[in-house]
Design a protein around this ligand. Structure first.
Ligand code: ADP
Length: 719
């Protein structure tokens, strides 16, 4: 008997077996309909095998669906990703089908010439229509617009049989990229790096690289050259470029379009579902060469993937923590390994893990040492707030105010960086000391002045700012504590009333379109001072920006989790790296109460190696990543007793294991969210311990009731 193992999107660790009817032809990767209880479900065939023990009473595969099969290597990848993250393989497989959720867009009706037929009466309007159309096919509306006539003229020509209407299928056409459309001349470092990456692509085998170059050194320029090489060698090559944020995609798409004379496909949650379906179908049919996207693009059904780029590889946005928990960078490396492709991790501030891999010789280490052309890195200075504290209820010290004034006078731009949305991070009662939090949640409410509301950034809860203290009922006792970007903006407007000021945060720039508009007006010099969260600190090139002021350089250092120092270093290096381009040198001023902190010292000295050395040494002593491995188990439930019970059961059931410790159960960093009590157990293991096998064995011993949600986070980003 023939049996198919089918991956079904359910939270179970195994595939389901079904009998394959005699006449049915089915293979790994096929999409099938299978019965499950009373329902039919869509699944992916993981395996087809013969079995002799026919005493198994299996239900049969109902049908092989018409939708394209997943390429076998895509199935390999989702199965591997399921094993690595301990996610259900069927749920991982389902993410590879996400592009199919929407129906394809409806076919478009267009008009075209019917042979050489001429109109009976050639009026100027009709002549204009035929001239505008040429031998193209356009929609009637586009044609009328192009010819500058009313749509009645077009309709008349259709009625007369000079033009005809036909339907264009919804299949998206992607113009083939031309690797030699607009090549750039690379400098020596860039050329050497591009050459190494190109050789990696040619090897048609797994070749990982770290592309390590300061901000503005031309990393993008260089990996696009490697992509060009891949296309020269194989015009059918597929290339995936992953970016941490949707806001960054537009600029990269424009550069690719300019470089290759054809627009790449775009893939992220902001792309409309019918369009995503077109991209999915084009990728699986090999009709699309370059995809620019967010981490979910990793699950596209590539048939000839030759190069994967993870730009800003250090960025924590690559870690997905809701739903399926995975790190996009790590999965990108795995995908490249499975496809036998090259993978390039690009950053000015690589993660310690990636640097470690490069130092061990596992990754080719390609360095771009200087900014391209005449541009130099900004001069970075620490402003010791103990020497020049800001006035009460203000946030900008005298030296920073002065620098902003000088920059304005030179008609150059300033970026004030503060990684905090809203007006004030905390609202508290002066009478009783109560801090306002969201209901049943541990995180504080953030005051937003634009909307006049208090918002919980964790749960999205919001309420109007109350008149009375909700705890003691005192009147006029609530005070806003500390600054957010809106409050810094308020101060800047008071200090420099003539300056053009804008705020860049996810509140003022909620979508890609508004982000593009704001980035454009900054690029065009229509903004003098931009107050921004990290949303604007990454990746963008603003030619007129010469001053970066970091309002609170100590902010991230207080967190005290594993990556606090690393993350702060990366964020501040990226933010300060925005200053200064080719013809205008830049400077960065960092306001701090702890100028002696090693992270800030390393930043000021421009000495990344010193920081990496010190931080790596600390991790080594504690056997933390990259010297050890971590995994977290988070339990949550509205029923606090049930969480305690499962946590205690887990603590009782820890399997024996060497070179591995379990910590906890303890309160999770946010112990109460939306009324759900959260507990965490943390596993630390030596590098060579199979932490997944340990977790599987452990979790197999404990049965959690349905009311308790159990999330496994392998390689947690923070802890
Ligand atoms: P990174 O990705 O390292 O921040 P980019 O690739 O964005 O750097 O390059 C920074 C700026 O320098 C861009 O405006 C880019 O067009 C320019 N640039 C970099 N390399 C070259 C080159 N070889 N020729 C021309 N311009 C370059």
């Amino acid at each position: 008997m023939k049996v198919a193992s089918v991956l079904i999107p359910l939270p179970v660790p195994e595939a389901f077996d079904y009998a394959v009817p005699d006449e049915m032809v089915v293979a790994r990767g096929d999409q099938v309909a299978v019965p499950l209880g009373p329902r039919l479900m869509r699944g992916i065939v993981s395996e087809v095998f013969e079995t002799t023990g026919s005493n198994r009473r299996l239900k049969a595969v109902e049908a092989v669906l018409d939708d394209p099969a997943l390429p076998p290597s895509t199935v390999d990848f989702v199965e591997w990703a399921g094993r690595w993250t301990l996610a259900a393989p069927g749920e991982m497989a389902a993410t590879a089908l996400k592009g199919l959720r929407a129906p394809p867009p409806r076919p478009e009706r267009r008009v075209r010439r019917v042979g050489e037929r001429q109109p009976a009466r050639a009026t100027p309007a009709r002549t204009a229509v035929l001239a505008a159309l040429g031998d193209r096919a356009l929609t009637a509306a586009d044609l009328a617009r192009a010819a500058g006539v009313s749509s009645g003229v077009v309709k008349g020509l259709v009625d007369e049989g000079v033009l005809e209407i036909f339907e264009v299928s919804a299949q998206a056409a992607f113009d083939p990229p031309d690797p030699d459309h607009a090549p750039s001349s690379l400098n020596a470092d860039q050329a050497a790096a591009a050459q190494a990456m190109a050789e990696g692509v040619m090897a048609r085998a797994f070749r990982p690289f770290l592309l390590d170059g300061v901000t503005g050194s031309g990393k993008t320029e260089t990996y696009l050259e490697a992509a060009a090489e891949a296309l020269r060698a194989d015009p059918a090559a597929q290339i995936l470029i992953l970016l941490p944020e949707i806001a960054l995609t537009q600029a990269v798409i424009e550069r690719i379009t300019a470089r290759f004379g054809a627009a790449p496909a775009e893939w992220h949650s902001g792309v409309a579902p019918p369009r995503r379906r077109q991209v999915w179908e084009a990728v699986v049919a090999g009709r699309c060469n370059i995809v620019v996207g967010a981490r979910s693009a990793l699950f596209l059904p590539f048939v000839n993937l030759r190069l994967v780029v993870v730009d800003e590889e250090h960025d924590s946005s690559f870690k997905q923590e809701e739903g399926l928990v995975y790190h996009g960078r790590d999965l990108a490396v795995a995908r490249a390994r499975i496809e036998g492709a090259a993978v390039v991790l690009a950053s000015a501030t690589p993660s310690l893990e990636t640097l470690w891999n490069a130092r061990q010789g596992r990754y080719g280490w390609l360095k771009l040492r200087a900014r391209h052309g005449a541009a130099v890195l900004p001069d970075i200075q620490l402003l010791d707030l103990r020497q020049s504290p800001p006035d009460p209820q203000t946030w900008l010290s005298q030296p920073l105010r002065q620098a902003i004034g000088e920059t304005l006078a030179r008609r150059e731009q300033t970026l004030l960086f503060l990684n905090r949305r809203g007006y004030a991070p905390v609202v508290l009662c002066r009478a009783c000391g109560h801090r306002l939090t969201a209901p049943d949640t541990d995180s504080w409410l953030v005051e937003h002045r634009y909307t006049g509301r208090l918002v919980c950034h964790l749960t999205g809860f919001s309420m109007p700012r109350p008149k009375l203290c909700p705890s003691c009922g005192a009147e006029d006792s609530l005070v806003s504590v500390g600054p957010g970007v809106e409050r810094v903006e308020e101060e800047v407007r008071q200090l420099f009333p003539e300056a053009r000021v804008a705020v860049f945060s996810s509140d003022t720039v909620p979508d890609g379109k508004s982000a593009r508009a704001l980035i454009q007006s900054m690029t065009d010099g229509q903004i003098d001072i931009l107050v921004a969260t990290q949303a604007a600190a990454k990746g963008h090139n603003f030619p007129g920006l010469t001053l970066v002021g970091v309002v609170d350089a100590d902010l991230g250092l207080r967190g005290g989790d594993l990556r606090a120092a690393e993350r702060t270093y990366q964020l501040l290096a990226q933010a300060t790296g925005r200053a200064g381009r080719a013809d205008k040198p830049g400077r960065a001023l960092l306001q701090t109460w702890t100028p002696e902190h090693p992270v800030l010292q390393a930043l000021a000295a421009g000495d990344r190696d010193a920081f990496v050395e010190a931080e790596t040494a600390e991790r080594e002593i504690a056997s933390l990543p990259p010297y050890g491995r971590l995994a977290a188990i988070i339990l949550s439930s509205e029923n606090a007793a049930a969480v305690e019970k499962v946590a205690a059961d887990l603590a009782q059931a820890i399997p024996n294991a060497e070179r591995l410790e379990v910590y906890g159960p303890a309160d999770a960093p946010l112990a109460l969210v939306r009324g759900r009590r959260r507990k965490r157990l943390l596993v630390r293991a030596d590098r060579d311990v199979d932490i997944q096998a340990f977790l599987r064995a452990w979790l197999g011993r404990v049965k959690a009731p349905g009311s308790v949600r159990l999330t496994v986070d392998v390689d947690p980003y923070s802890f």
